[in-house]
Design a protein around this ligand. Structure first.
Ligand code: HEM
Length: 134
């Protein structure tokens, strides 16, 4: 081990995905964790399932300790050619149909639903008032 800072492609690293030969990509660096598989407190299965991709998020999600991070230096074999890692698919919300974009129409309807019965009531009371007075 030791590492010579060689730059690997995702394809190169992806070939090392067995319990006899296991490489990980974390924070732009490539690690050969084959010898560490049995000793990893999180288990060998999680490490194996983190091969063949950028495992940075998986690694960070666990909230590894500083000592865990220091251990990584011992497994370093090189850098990853970032252009070979597919960029994250950014979530773009589906385009909403723009109905009711103008809220004034909505507001006027609400206002009328409130006012119309009041007007009718007012007219009824008014008619009654005037017919009585007459
Ligand atoms: C070179 C890479 C890695 C090293 C040196 C490493 C080292 C360690 C160490 C020392 C611990 C004990 C807790 C701590 O100190 O934070 C730990 C726990 C853990 N690791 Fe890693 N780890 C590596 C990569 C990963 C990856 C890629 C994953 C996920 C796919 C992972 C998943 C876990 C989990 C789930 C635990 C928690 C175990 C528990 O608390 O029961 N590790 N790791």
């Amino acid at each position: 081990m030791g590492g010579d800072g060689k730059v690997y492609t995702l394809e190169d690293v992806s070939k090392h995905n067995t319990s006899k030969d296991c490489w990980l990509i974390i924070n732009g660096k490539v690690y050969d964790v084959t010898k560490f598989l049995e000793d990893h407190p999180g288990g060998d299965d999680v490490l194996l399932s983190a091969t063949g991709k950028d495992a940075t998020d998986d690694f960070e999600d666990v909230g590894h300790s500083t000592s865990a991070r220091e251990m990584m230096d011992g497994f370093y074999v090189g850098e990853i050619d970032a252009s070979t890692i597919p960029t994250k698919v950014k979530y773009t919300p589906p385009k909403q149909p723009h109905y009711n974009q103008d809220k004034t129409a909505d507001f006027i309807i609400k206002l009328l639903q409130f006012l119309v019965p009041l007007v009718i009531l007012g007219v009824a009371v008014g008619i009654r008032f005037y017919t009585k007075a007459a």
